[in-house]
Write a protein that binds this ligand. Structure first.
Ligand SMILES: [Zn+2]
Length: 271
């Protein structure tokens, strides 16, 4: 079994054929998919889709740094009320949350504030986090070491989660891992020319990675530039196996085991 730990199946790119997309994933041995939520408007649509495939699709809840409202404090309250108002939704993580300094830094303080709130919320709820850190790994590490880690430690808990679409260095990954149980989300960018992800995967090894697509974005070669979909997690799985010179089933087992432990799935529970 392969697990796609990060996809956006309610994106409009899938509006006409999402059921076929889920079917094709199964045919490619991708049996479970985590549906990343980027803001309060996405939560109920994600929950509705997941309820159609309760053993295969799993919902999350969170505010992505690029989806912040003008009043992010009110937005965060709204998000918490939404989760509390729907205890029937089996939320498996807080995400997609994080820092994104690719386009501009003007709202960095809001980004830091809402990320901090959401990680503390995850710790309180005993949930993992799906982290989107883009051009901001150093800022994230400072927040992690100086604020998030001390808060979790004082509560006797550990921050755990996935650094999705990991684009930092192996050294930065090692530093993050000192302050929480972090796995690196490896997707299509592994297969891109000039990618530094292969070096990172070689350095951290199978014990600390999970597979993902970020569908509909970032399709792996040979689908690069086209719509990505969860079935292509198997392409990245193959690429990891070739990179590390190990059999494909070994990559499947290790990465699905890592993801299952993080999200509380029973291992190798195909259906
Ligand atoms: Zn995403």
């Amino acid at each position: 079994m392969i697990i796609d730990t990060h996809c956006h199946l309610i994106d409009k790119a899938f509006s006409t054929d999402v059921d076929e997309v889920v079917l094709r994933a199964g045919q490619a041995n991708v049996q479970k998919m985590i549906l990343a939520c980027c803001d309060e408007t996405e939560f109920l649509p994600i929950a509705a889709l997941c309820s159609k495939y309760p053993d295969r699709l799993f919902p999350t809840i969170g505010i992505h740094p690029e989806n912040m409202a003008q009043d992010v404090r009110q937005q965060f309250e709204q998000l918490q009320a939404l989760k509390n108002g729907h205890p029937e939704v089996p939320v498996c993580a807080i995400g997609e949350i994080g820092l994104d300094l690719y386009w501009d830094r003007t709202r960095l303080s809001d980004q830091l504030w809402v990320l901090e709130q959401q990680v503390i919320w995850a710790v309180e709820e005993d949930l993992p986090v799906l982290l989107h850190i883009r051009n901001a790994m150093d800022e994230f590490l400072v927040l992690l070491e100086q604020k998030l880690y001390p808060v979790a430690k004082a509560a006797g808990k550990e921050i755990r989660g996935i650094l999705h679409c990991y684009s930092g260095t192996a050294e930065q990954a090692a530093r993050a891992m000192q302050f929480g149980h972090f796995l690196l989300g490896i997707g299509g960018t592994l297969t891109y020319k000039k990618s530094q992800v292969p070096d990172v995967v070689r350095a951290v090894g199978l014990s600390r990675i999970v597979l993902e697509t970020d569908a509909p974005y970032l399709a792996p070669v040979p689908y690069r530039g086209r719509r990505n979909e969860p079935a292509y997690t198997s392409v990245t799985c193959q690429a990891v196996a070739e990179l590390l010179s190990v059999p494909v089933p070994e990559v499947e087992q290790a990465t699905s085991g890592n993801a299952s432990a993080l999200f509380g799935f029973r291992p190798n529970n195909a259906q």
